[in-house]
Design a protein around this ligand. Structure first.
Ligand code: UDP
Length: 315
């Protein structure tokens, strides 16, 4: 049985990966400092090792006996990264170097890394391919790009998966594994929370898009994790590959609101608000490479992402 180290396995995406890997018969060791993750999100079949990426000894002991690593751990808020760039450099870049060192000590040569569309910055092309210029516009995106480069230089067998907008939820054996961010900044959870007293703020209605609101590419977290499992199975020895993960289609903020109104059967109160600083108008992934290298295809649509998120929020 393959034993996998899942860093960040107590977070939203990592805990979903842990549950699905356990279902598939993998042995999972979760390594998480619980700074933003929750121990009750970790599947009971996995082993939880509480520790920080900045603690090489803790990393080394968690990695012992593992044959592969899926690396989700890290700071992930764009706004916070602008305020605290040193924190993002330290945790995301130095922490990932510590992980690569621990892997080397144990002779672990297989890695799947959670990179981000934020590495591309303000895109010159849409859809964005893996060959598009990567010029991040915030410290979060810059830290993900630096880690992609560290992995490439390490010579291990690795795939960096560049996520676009991850949404939806998975029902694990201990309940729905929901996004639990405080404050919540993501669109779909905010659409679901919207009320007459606290309407959703639409950030900008004067963008150069079909209806004036920003366009993003949403992918269901369960489809995303399928791609990680396929990536583990499709590593090329001693090569680093970069693969985008999205749906390949873009939806505007207004389209997401309409889809939610249909799914929920009620109006979503919303107010037009100024643009949010740093937002690009349009981000849509080309997923040709994911299709050809991983033989992956997302199966869950926007409505499924909204209804699963809604189910996960009834706690
Ligand atoms: N957005 C919005 N209101 C919100 C949250 C997000 O209008 O309360 C917009 C945001 O400007 C962006 C899109 O929804 O165009 C997706 O934002 P999110 O924060 O979910 O993801 P991002 O694309 O920033 O990673």
């Amino acid at each position: 049985m393959t034993r996998i180290l899942v860093t960040g396995g107590a977070g939203y995406i990592g805990s979903t990966a842990t549950a699905i890997l356990c279902d598939r018969g993998y042995e999972v060791v979760v390594f998480d400092d619980l700074s933003t993750g929750h121990s009750d999100s970790v599947d009971a079949r996995a082993t939880l090792a509480i520790g920080s990426l900045l603690d090489p000894d803790a990393l080394r002991s968690a990695a012992a006996g593992c044959q592969a690593v899926i690396h989700f751990a890290g700071k992930s808020l764009v706004g916070e990264s602008v305020e605290k760039p040193d924190l993002y450099r330290h945790v995301n870049i130095d922490g990932s170097q510590n992980l690569l060192d621990a892997m080397k000590i144990h002779g672990i040569d297989r890695l799947v890394f959670s990179s981000s569309a934020a590495t591309y910055g303000q895109p010159l092309d849409n859809p964005i391919t893996e060959e598009s210029v990567a010029t991040p516009t915030n410290p979060y995106g810059a830290s993900k790009l630096s880690v992609d480069n560290l992995i490439a230089a390490s010579g291990i067998s690795a795939i960096s998966l560049r996520y676009f907008n991850v949404a939806g939820s998975h029902q694990g054996s201990n309940g729905w594994l929901s996004e639990r961010h405080d404050p919540e900044t993501h669109l779909i959870p905010n659409v679901l929370k919207s009320s007459v007293e606290n309407p959703l703020k639409i950030f900008g209605t004067d963008w150069e898009t079909k209806d004036g609101t920003c366009i993003r590419d949403y992918v269901h977290v369960v489809d995303l994790i399928e791609a990680h499992i396929l990536a583990l199975k499709n590593l090329t020895p001693h090569q680093h590959q970069i693969i985008n993960l999205g749906s390949g289609s873009g939806y505007s903020v207004r389209e997401v609101i309409s889809a939610a109104e249909k799914v929920l059967g009620r109006t979503v109160p919303a107010v037009e608000s100024p643009r949010r600083e740093g937002d690009p108008a349009t981000l849509v992934a080309s997923i040709k490479k994911a299709k050809s290298i991983l033989n992956w295809q997302p199966e869950r649509n926007l409505e499924a992402m909204i209804s699963d998120t809604a189910k996960s929020q009834v706690r």
